[in-house]
Design a protein around this ligand. Structure first.
Ligand SMILES: *[C@@H]1O[C@H](CO)[C@@H](O)[C@H](O)[C@H]1NC(C)=O
Length: 365
């Protein structure tokens, strides 16, 4: 009898949750989150009324059985009809309230491309231990990345790009061993890339460009065997480029342009047949261009411009399967440009401002 009674109560509780949805504390947290923001044009938050925050609240998703909020997904660049009807993209001011940290069931927190949300990342965010996706791209968020960001050990996506975030990349970030996509581009981050960056074993994209990072590329990066896209461009990075980078199995986009790198270009970067986009422009690379291209070389972009390279245009480049965009300009190269199909479509600008290059598409030797 007693067990029947318990079963009945359990069913009743489930039904009530389904009807009412939304745990009251989650609802209160969402309302406090909303109160710290101002979205003047679209009225998205007008839908945030009534007691059931799991029912038709714009951007809010819940777990149907627990009635807990699991996702908050607010994107200012969206195909949603609301945006189309208003004929505009998103705009919001205000800040991210620390009340969001009360929703400890959150697995996704996306507040992206609102252009004018300012303030800092609430440090308590690191207590959201179920968080998998954390995306604040395209706002005006300042302050630092929370020191113990590494506590979010389920994170697969961390995107803080296009904000005003300063300070160093916390070394605890290297504890995020589930992380697949890291984008910190276009902020004001300074200091060095953590030495143990290579612990991020699941990473496939690491985008750290357009910051003020200094120091060398940690060799440990080359241990990340899933890494396909590495962007360190437009920083103040120094030293030589580790040979091991060219030995990474799936690395196909490597942007190191506009830094202070020097030394020789590792031959491994040019002989790697998986490398499709390589930009080493605007650095201090010196010595000759390694003559290691082959019939499997397939570059959409090969930009070595604005360095101190000397010697000849490597003859093996003419055996490449494809070179889409080649830029060797603004170096100290000399000698005749090789003949061959990869060169047929190139213009003089690919070779301009060298010491003594000649031959098609420049003047004859
Ligand atoms: C390579 O990087 C330079 C400097 O940052 C940039 O100006 C150039 O457009 C890039 N090249 C390509 C082909 O994207």
């Amino acid at each position: 009898m007693a067990s029947h009674c318990l079963l009945f109560l359990a069913i009743l509780a489930t039904v009530l949750t389904a009807v009412n949805g939304c745990t009251p504390s989650d609802r209160a947290a969402l309302l406090a989150f909303k109160a710290a923001l101002n979205e003047p044009h679209l009225g998205l938050f007008n839908s945030w009324t009534g007691s059931n925050c799991c029912l038709n609240w714009y951007g809010v998703s819940c777990d149907a059985t627990t009635g807990r909020v699991t996702d908050l997904n607010l994107r200012g660049e969206s195909e949603d009809p609301i945006f189309e009807k208003a004929g505009r993209s998103g705009y919001m001011t205000g800040k991210i309230s620390s009340a969001i940290c009360d929703i400890d069931s959150l697995t996704g927190l996306v507040v992206a491309d609102w252009k004018a949300i300012a303030g800092e990342i609430p440090p308590c965010i690191t207590s959201l231990s179920s968080l998998r996706i954390f995306d604040l791209i395209g706002n005006q968020i300042s302050g630092k990345i929370p020191t113990n960001i590494g506590a979010l050990n389920h994170l697969t996506v961390l995107n803080l790009a296009d904000n005003l975030i300063s300070g160093e990349i916390p070394s605890s970030i290297t504890q995020l061993t589930s992380l697949k996509h890291l984008d910190l581009s276009n902020n004001r981050l300074s200091g060095e890339i953590p030495k143990t960056f290579g612990n991020l074993g699941m990473l496939s994209r690491a985008l750290l460009g357009r910051n003020q990072l200094t120091g060398a590329i940690p060799v440990s990066i080359s241990k990340i065997y899933r890494l396909a896209d590495l962007d360190l461009s437009m920083n103040r990075l120094t030293g030589s480029v580790p040979y091991e980078l060219g030995r990474m199995p799936v690395l196909s986009t490597l942007n190191l342009d506009s830094n202070l790198f020097g030394g020789l270009i590792p031959s491994s970067l040019l002989s790697n047949s998986g490398m499709g986009i390589l930009n080493l422009s605007r650095n201090g690379f010196e010595g000759i261009i390694p003559d290691v291209f082959g019939s499997k070389s397939y570059f959409m972009v090969l930009d070595l411009s604005n360095n101190n390279l000397k010697g000849r245009v490597p003859a093996s480049l003419s055996s490449a399967k494809y070179i889409g965009h080649l830029d060797l300009s603004h170096n100290h190269l000399c000698g005749s440009i090789p003949l061959g199909s990869p060169f047929d479509h190139l213009e003089a600008s690919s070779f301009s401002n060298n010491d003594c290059l000649c031959g098609n598409p420049l003047k004859t030797c």
